[in-house]
Write a protein that binds this ligand. Sequence first.
Ligand code: C5P
Length: 422
Amino acid sequence: MTGVNQSQSVIPTVTQRVLLIIGGGIAAYKSLDLIRRLRERGATVRVVLTRAAQEFVTPLAAGALSNERVFTDLFDLDDEREIGHIRLARDTDLIIVAPATADLLAKMATGQANDLATAVLLATDKPVLAAPAMNPRMWSHPATRRNVRQLEADGIHFIGPNVGEMAERGEAGVGRMAEALEIAQAAAHLLGGPQSAPAGPLSGRHVVITSGPTHEPIDPVRYIANRSSGKQGHAIAAAAAAAGARVTLVSGPVTLADPPGVAVIKVETAAEMLAAVQTALPADIAIFAAAVADWRVTTSANQKIKKTKGSDVPTLTLAENPDILMSVAKRGPRRPALVIGFAAETEAVVPHAQKKRKEKSADWIVANDVSPASDTFGGDWNTVHLVTAEGVTSWPPQSKDDVARRLVEQAGAWLAAHQTEI
Ligand code: C5P
């Protein structure tokens, strides 16, 4: 599918066989939707339910949606006679584990095989895509970190988890299972079907992009933010997808539609944006177009702060937010080959951008003039200067879509010239 118009939706298709292993977590209900999404794209879907999964979804529901028999037990003699676990593991083109619970990941990392799901996962020679879902503390626990590192080293692919609200009241953070559409898209990319993405200069590359503002809560109704519509970052994500890349867009709160063919991870705060970017890595290219708030309120109030007549106005104590671009650009072996930042300036645009490029260890900085006269904020046009180690190129004023296409084109050419692979 070359020359895809950006306004058209790119629906990756899966014309192969998928074995979906549903683990025991509240996110299991989303896996029923995933069956539909995969079948919509032409995949044949067989389902294995773990014992714990059956507490959340029934074999009947999975069977009705997949239109195939559902497998639940390693020692079901009929199952083993008709289609043993070895065949189940091999007669497929991809295995998806969703939700991949902390327990399932631990079992996979240590090669356990005491039920049908884990036996299939140990017996398979096919690619495996895991969509983790668990409480944020479980996800950040050193044991889970260790297991995920081990599984990545073993060649297991991951999608998510995303940042957001948990099923448990008041719990939020990294741990929500990726949405069914995102998982179906990742599956299509792994299966590498001819229509999984438009072929282009960034085919086979992973691009991570941040976009929009971050919102740093003062209390449940008020927040600190920078002005940013997200138009430029979202346009870059669309252009990278149209150039054939697998794109992860980490977006702060915006009112824009998700760009077609892009996995979008929605976050609110800088801390969430950093966590989502780190989860999305490794990548070939990282582009930081988000207007991250420089400060957050150290302790945001749980209830709305009341304005009481005659009493003092509240004092906000601020703490500096992590610099996402800098932390990724300074990384070691997993640093993306090309790290691009943005610099919104109102005066001395280029000198400020040059200083920022060095301070933050970015390869390129796209400097844009956001002085009130420029009409850049929220508008559709942008005037930018590309600042690299080699020098500065000033681009003529053009639409944000054109800036996006040109930047993606140059990034692709740079990558091709440097022949780097992640
Ligand atoms: O805000 P500032 O001008 O420093 O932003 C320059 C670049 O750094 C932008 O690419 C922005 O997305 C990135 N940045 C970031 N995390 C921050 C602040 C800025 O990634 N906390």
